[in-house]
Every structure is written in structure tokens, then in C-alpha cells.
Design a protein around this ligand. Structure first.
Ligand code: 3HC
Length: 331
């Protein structure tokens, strides 16, 4: 399991009430916590958990879209999708590197993922059945990711917030290329528009689940808000996403698959917002617990890639060892 707790400057585990109060004062003063700073064990554990799962999500998230790179309808679409999938790999790299600043190794995190012990976002356990799914993923999944990731740029932990600033710069391209695919399909033949509607029908609810359980059922939100790891709660971000996305669906001429969706002028302190129907949390937990349609395929693909990439890791490590030996011999 990940290295637990953290050692303060003098080597002691810092959990005294005085330390915890002093730490919270730093958080409240909007100071950034850096890797060498003393921090409560729970703060570190929460970050290792969240950043590790975030990194896994980026890497596993390459698979559903990677499935369509060879089937993209034009060279332009193929180039955009290739660039996006490559970006996601880079996002995983930034995030694994951010997690490593907390003392956990990439090998540990990878082993946990491959062993099926680590979580990643449930959304990536759904199949991509048509080209319209690639549009829906960019529009909805990356749209939800942006809603969730922009506030993380202001996370109290320095390396995570800096990684998110880099990542968010690329996410807007991801969302826009997806929406443009949907717009092209909706302005195409009736069959193409029907394909876009079918994709919206299958990706809408799983995209809402990306924000996590309702706040009342969330194990971590209250403390993560106190530590300013989270700047908004799960439900607040989900609501922002719904309010931003419904007009986009209307512009496309598509119908959100929620018969209870309706504008409520009193919501959001009188600014108005959409009420929506109930989310199927049984489905959510079924998928999170490994029983989604694609969970087994995603892990099998990751294990195969890991095995087939062993020679690259060995070569890179051998080269690094040789360079280190040469540098030491030259000293
Ligand atoms: N999928 C899988 N597990 C989920 C989940 C989801 N969509 N939402 C919540 N969970 C899990 C949590 O990990 C937690 O389980 P754990 O204690 O075993 O870790 C449990 O459900 C309770 O949920 P909480 O809301 O209390 O947990 P968090 O406070 O961690 O909030 C979160 C969940 C909002 C997803 C938060 O972890 C977060 O903001 N993570 C960083 C962003 C992220 O991972 N985004 C998702 C995918 S990245 C992406 O989409 C890439 C893009 O480029 C396509």
C-alpha cells in the first residue's frame, strides 16, 4: 500500500492538535502546500488516492477513443483524435508525477491498477459503439472533466494544481472537437443525427456520474473542501455541468434523455438552473465495483500493454543506470 503518513521536519509524524490547527491556517490563508512541507497523514492519503485515480482515469480513458483512431471518417478527424488520445497519455504522466511527489511510486500505482485494486473514472467502462460516441465523449466527458478540473487548478497542493493548469489548457480543445463532431452529425443526414441522439442517450447519465455520489453520500467531500483540495462539492459541479450543457444540446437539436429535466427559475439563488431526474446510483456502484460492460476489457488491455511495453521500460532503465554509472565514474 502507499507509504502512509508524513514525516515532519524533525522526523515525527505530525498529528498534534497544534500542528493540525497551524496546517489549517495555512490552507485558509490560501498558501500552497509543497512536497517537502509537513502535512497531516490524511491530507497526503487523500491526495495520493485522488491524484492516483485521476492519473489512472487519463490512461484508461485513452482506450475507448483509441478504439476509433483507425475508423475515423476523415484524415482530419483521425489527426484530431490521435492528438487528443496522445494528450490524455501526457495528462496521465503529469498526474503520476504529481502523485510521486507524495512518496508513492509509479510502479506501486500501476501495480494497483493492473491488479484491479485501484479506481478510475466509471465513465471509461462504457463501450464506444459508433463514431458519434467519439463526439459525445469529447462534448460530455471532457466537458464534465473540464468542469471538475478547472477548480482543481486552485487545489491547495502545489504539484496537483500546477499539473491541472497544464492539463486544462488542452481539455478545451478536447471538448470543442467533440462538440464539432456532434454538430456535423446533427447537420448531416437523418441517420447521422439519429446516431448523435443515440450517443447522447447512452453517455448523458454516465457523464453525470463522473462527478461522484451526491454530497450527502460522499465519503470525502466535506474534508476535501476544508483542505481546499475540492473548491466545489460534487453536486455543485454536476449542476454547473447540467446548466451549461442543456443549452448546447438544444443548439444541436438533440433531446437530453431525462423526462424530468426542466428549468427552475428559483434554483442557484434565483439565477435559475435545471432540475433533473434521479441518477441510477445502483448502476454507478455496479460499474465502480468492476461490473460495467467494459471493466474487464479495459484492465485486460492495460495489462497487455504493460506486458508488451516491458522491453521499453527495461531499455530505458538500463540506459539510465549506464548514464548514472558513467557520471559517477567521471566524478
Ligand atoms: N468513478 C469511479 N469512482 C468514483 C467516481 C467515479 N466517477 N466518483 C466517485 N468515486 C469514488 C471515489 O473515488 C470514492 O472511492 P474511494 O474512497 O475508494 O476513493 C467514492 O466513490 C466516494 O466518492 P467521493 O465523492 O467521496 O470521492 P472524491 O472526494 O474523491 O470525489 C471525484 C470523486 C469528484 C471524482 C474526485 O475524486 C475528483 O475530482 N477526482 C479528480 C478528477 C477526476 O478523476 N476526474 C475523472 C476523470 S479524468 C477525465 O475525465 C479525463 C478527461 O481527459 C477525459
Amino acid at each position: 500500500m502507499y507509504s502512509q503518513g508524513l514525516i515532519g521536519a524533525d522526523g515525527r509524524t505530525e498529528e498534534s492538535p497544534e500542528f493540525l490547527e497551524a496546517f489549517q491556517r495555512r490552507i485558509d490563508a490560501e498558501e500552497k502546500i509543497e512536497p517537502k512541507d509537513p502535512m497531516p497523514a490524511g491530507y497526503r492519503r487523500t491526495l495520493v488516492r485522488q491524484i492516483g485515480q485521476h492519473a489512472h482515469s487519463e490512461i484508461v480513458g485513452m482506450l475507448p477513443e483509441g478504439n476509433w483512431i483507425t475508423r475515423a471518417p476523415t484524415l482530419k478527424r483521425k489527426a484530431a483524435l490521435l492528438a487528443k488520445v496522445q494528450d490524455e497519455g501526457g495528462h496521465g504522466l503529469y498526474l503520476y508525477a504529481a502523485a510521486e511527489t507524495l512518496g508513492v511510486s509509479r510502479e506501486e500505482m500501476t501495480e494497483e491498477l493492473l491488479a484491479g485494486k485501484a479506481k478510475y473514472s466509471s465513465i471509461f467502462n462504457y463501450p464506444t459503439l459508433s463514431w458519434a460516441d467519439i463526439g459525445a465523449i469529447g462534448w460530455l466527458v471532457d466537458g464534465a472533466a473540464i468542469m471538475n478540473q478547472i477548480p482543481l487548478c486552485r487545489c491547495s497542493y502545489g504539484p496537483y494544481s500546477r499539473a491541472m493548469i497544464r492539463i486544462c489548457k488542452e481539455e478545451s480543445f478536447h471538448q470543442r472537437q467533440g462538440y464539432e463532431i456532434m454538430l456535423t452529425l446533427c447537420r448531416g443526414t437523418p441517420e447521422q443525427k439519429a446516431m448523435a441522439q443515440d450517443a447522447l442517450n447512452r453517455w448523458w447519465w454516465p457523464s453525470l456520474m463522473m462527478f461522484g455520489p451526491h454530497d450527502k453520500d460522499s465519503a470525502h467531500t466535506e474534508q476535501s473542501m476544508k483542505w481546499k483540495i475540492k473548491r466545489f462539492t460534487n453536486d455543485q459541479l454536476r449542476q454547473k455541468f447540467i446548466d451549461a450543457t442543456v443549452p448546447q444540446a438544444e443548439f444541436l437539436g438533440l433531446t437530453i434523455p431525462d423526462p424530468e429535466l426542466r428549468w427552475n427559475p428559483d434554483k442557484n439563488d434565483g439565477r435559475g438552473g435545471y432540475d433533473h431526474g434521479p441518477i441510477d446510483w445502483d448502476e454507478f456502484w455496479r460499474v465502480v465495483k468492476g461490473h460495467g460492460r467494459m471493466n474487464r476489457d479495459r484492465l485486460a488491455a492495460r495489462r497487455k500493454a504493460h506486458d508488451e511495453g516491458a522491453w521499453v521500460r527495461e531499455a530505458a532503465l538500463a540506459h539510465a543506470r549506464k548514464r548514472k554509472a558513467r557520471a559517477m565514474a567521471a566524478e
